[in-house]
Design a protein around this ligand. Structure first.
Ligand SMILES: [Zn+2]
Length: 325
């Protein structure tokens, strides 16, 4: 009788605790590993070795029943040559993508980014520019634009002005290249200046905010890292998480464990190791199957149900066979 009571108390106490242990709001992927998953996915894509993860029915079922838990919010250009999920070799429910001509961050884009970062809790926020960007080129060359486009590209004007100021002798093609990068920084400035929610998460390291430029010819994403003036943009706060500007990172064998090495230190190793792509795929799969971050993870739910069944079984037995002890 005493043992049964002990078991019952144990079940009733630990069932709710197991649910609470899923730490609501914490994303299962760290900012460092989120960035690694992007760089590893892009490496697979650029090498022509994409694994096309997370496109199956089971993935659709999981993301329908559990909700979405993307690990990165990406603001990218609408350009049809910049298919974000494809170039990072990601699948359904992996990326929260905001596509807009010139990858600008105006009211709607910032609101969407807040949904991804603050509501869904993505540990990575990336602004992704790209080579041969028509929107940046149009502003740089002073092309005539009509309709609603002037209101769209006016976000790009300060970036082009800055590029022109910093590179007064640059010819137009070089100026466009510089403006594409400056435009990425401009979008990050607009995001951090306008959104307190994103800035607060960046300050304490819950999200890493990085710039990157995609080369539409080579297929490679050049990770630029954090904004050069990030600390000032965050009101003098230096985030605990740092993004090293590096293209390739060593595969995250345990995508849930914090990264111990800076991606820059691993850049060459990724090229030299023929097992990189396979390990990268495995690392991705492990992280991609991580439970939703809705605060009530799949594993916790199963544990909770099992414990509940156990509790009911013990209670039932006690009621049906009260004299058994
Ligand atoms: Zn573009």
């Amino acid at each position: 009788m005493f043992i049964k009571r002990l078991v019952l108390v144990f079940l009733l106490v630990f069932a709710p605790l197991s649910v609470m242990a899923s730490s609501p709001g914490a994303h299962p992927v760290s900012p460092e590993n989120g960035l690694k998953m992007l760089t590893e996915g892009n490496l697979r894509f650029a090498l022509g070795q994409s694994t096309h993860p997370n496109t199956s029915f089971s993935r659709r079922l999981l993301t329908t029943t559990e909700g979405q838990a993307p690990f990165a919010t990406v603001i990218a250009c609408s350009d049809s040559r910049v298919p974000v999920e494809i170039l990072f070799d990601q699948g359904i429910g992996d990326l929260f993508v905001i596509k807009v001509a010139g990858n600008v961050a105006d009211t709607d884009e910032i609101g969407s980014a807040e949904y991804g970062v603050d509501h869904l809790g993505t540990p990575v926020l990336m602004v992704l520019g790209h080579s041969y960007c028509g929107a940046v080129t149009a502003v740089t060359t002073g092309a005539e634009v009509h309709g609603s486009i002037p209101a769209l590209v006016d976000n790009i004007v300060p970036a082009v002005d800055k590029a022109r100021h910093d590179h007064p002798d640059a010819e137009t093609p070089e100026l466009i290249v510089q403006a594409i990068e400056t435009n990425v920084w401009q979008a990050i400035e607009d995001l951090l200046d306008t959104s307190h929610a994103i800035a607060d998460r960046a300050k304490d390291g819950r999200v890493i905010v990085i710039g990157a430029v995609y080369d539409i010819l080579t297929g490679k994403v050049n990770i630029l890292g954090a904004h050069p003036n990030q600390t000032e943009l965050l009101g003098g706060v230096t985030p605990p998480v740092h993004a090293e500007p590096a293209m390739h990172a060593e595969p995250a064998k345990d995508a849930h464990a914090p990264a111990e090495q800076a991606p820059a230190e691993q850049a060459d190793a990724a090229h030299a190791d023929p097992t990189v792509e396979k390990a990268a795929a495995e690392g991705h799969a492990e992280a991609a199957e991580a439970p939703s971050s809705g605060g009530f993870g799949f594993f916790s739910f199963i544990v909770f149900v099992l414990l509940l069944i156990g509790a009911v079984f013990v209670l039932d037995k006690k009621i049906l066979n009260p004299d058994q002890d």
